[in-house]
Design a protein around this ligand. Structure first.
Ligand code: 13P
Ligand code: SF4
Length: 319
């Protein structure tokens, strides 16, 4: 405990020395989330992280999350120095959507508006008309659909399928998935709900359709935390990465949270739903990153410029 406290104190000093600000996601360690908040940084969903990084005056941003979040920060602020505790923190959606294959797919469907999820590489974003995050995907697609546009969607098939069913838009879906959310199981969730009929279900839209069909709220991480706060139910079943429980408990004190079941688990599972790449962010590598200016995100400026247009489109739409 003494070592951790010393590490936290050192990170505070280094953030001040480097005039850096920490931008964290809800799935990283609670200690990192706390540090971000206490030092004037932010904890948020992907859209909020992008906006905060873009608007903050600090010249150095430290992004505690996964690679696409650091890249998005760099794309939006090419003149800032963007550091990450571990540059190998990737995402199964990004891995499952290689830029060359994606470009060939786009080439085969030139009549469609290309919408990609933020969980993609800069190369994939550069090929898109729109980038969206989970908090805004539904609204953007509904708007495009209302204007008669046909959509090419990548990479998350569950989010794409959910948005397609909600809006009725004409969408072709890339078949990617999040390795954390893909594990939530509809049948086991039904059993858990039967044990706790009073419980409400909060689900991230990267979860399979059989789970989303049972959800009382489907939304981004921030939207799920807000729903946990607002619901008058005392028992909430949560289908997303368990890192979110730290903030959910703080936002809704006195309520009880159960993890939604994953494969083969009819009981709640406390540790299985956690992203291995988000877990690569720790106090120790954050301190080292700041100490030595290591792990800087570097992007070809021309690529960054191409990737920026579809992100700006989303941010303008959100404002
Ligand atoms: P949010 O934008 O909802 O925070 O989601 C990001 C993510 O990676 C979910 O797995
Ligand atoms: Fe990617 Fe899933 Fe991890 Fe989010 S939780 S970063 S979508 S692998």
């Amino acid at each position: 405990a003494g070592e951790r406290a010393a590490c936290v104190a050192r990170i505070r000093e280094l953030l001040a020395r480097e005039r850096a600000v920490l931008v964290a996601h809800y799935y990283v360690d609670a200690e990192l989330q706390e540090l971000a908040e206490e030092t004037g940084g932010c904890v948020g969903d992907s859209l909020e992280m992008a906006r905060f990084g873009r608007d903050h005056e600090a010249r150095t941003l430290v992004v505690a999350g996964v690679r696409f979040m650091g890249e998005t920060a760099k794309i939006l602020s090419p003149d800032k120095r963007i550091l990450m505790p571990d540059l190998d923190a990737t995402c199964s959606l990004d891995l499952g959507c290689p830029a060359a294959d994606f470009a060939a797919w786009c080439d085969a469907h030139p009549d469609r508006t290309v919408v990609v999820y933020a969980n993609t590489s800069a190369e994939v974003k550069a090929r898109a008309d729109w980038v969206v995050t989970s908090s805004i995907a539904l609204d953007v697609i509904a708007d495009l659909h209302a204007r008669g546009e046909k959509i090419l969607w990548a990479p998350d098939r569950h989010l794409g399928d959910y948005v397609q069913r909600q809006t009725g838009a004409d969408m072709l879906l890339w078949q990617g998935s999040c390795l954390v959310h893909d594990e939530f199981k509809g049948t086991e969730l039904e059993l858990l709900r039967a044990e706790h009929p009073q419980a409400k279900v909060l689900a991230h839209p990267e979860s399979p359709a059989a789970v989303l069909a049972q959800a009382d709220v489907v939304g981004s991480t921030t939207q799920l935390i807000e729903a946990a706060r607002k619901f008058d139910a005392g028992l909430l079943i949560v289908a997303t990465d368990q890192g979110i429980l730290h903030k959910m408990r703080a936002a809704a004190p006195g309520k009880t949270f159960l993890a939604a079941p994953t494969a083969g688990n009819s009981a709640s599972c406390k540790s299985c739903a956690h992203c291995p790449w988000m877990a690569m962010n720790a106090l120790s590598n954050l301190a080292e990153t700041l100490e030595h200016g290591r792990n800087e995100i570097r992007l070809d400026p021309a690529l960054g410029l191409r990737a920026k247009a579809p992100i700006d489109r989303m941010l303008d739409f959100a404002d």
